[in-house]
Design a protein around this ligand. Sequence first.
Ligand code: IMP
Ligand code: MG
Length: 182
Amino acid sequence: MADMYKDIERVLVSQEQIAAMVERLGQEITRDYEGKPLVVLGVLKGGFVFMADLVRKIKVPMELDFIAVSSYGSSTKSSGVVKLVKDSDIALTGKHLLIVEDIVDSGLTLSYLKKMFEARNPLSVKICTAFDKPERRKVELKADYYGEIIPDEYVVGYGLDYDSQMRNIPELCILKRSVYEK
Ligand code: IMP
Ligand code: MG
């Protein structure tokens, strides 16, 4: 395999599976938000690839923006501390909000974001995640829309990183344990 894949154990979700998953989510969201004022917020950095694919499959008018939260750094475990590094200035009153994330792990990031945006009084706040690791939840958090349920493995690619690398790998891949278990 090319050098880009040197730390990869194996592909978990292929490009074809991802395309089918995005198509399905786009249809569900299109159906649910028909005729409703919609704001879609992507969570940087991990969510950028999924966001770009997903919004092009949502066939209703929308406002679109990105927010950014603090990352894991170079570790593979969540610190439990969530910090909003970049906010959105789109007004949410009278609109429905959909937050788009790459993955739900402990659930800490999204439960924090959900509370924070609910306080701005939109008509509703819903969550769409590409991938979900329910086994690792620390707080109760259910995504309203999710692509693939995955096992408790550290994954990279399709926007997700390890140590800021591998976001550009087009598939979702399992990282070799030897990379972070030293
Ligand atoms: P949570 O707050 O623990 O749910 O973690 C959410 C964030 O941690 C995600 O948005 C990702 O940026 C990152 N994350 C969680 N699991 C993984 C993984 O397996 N690979 C890469 N990033 C991950
Ligand atoms: Mg993220």
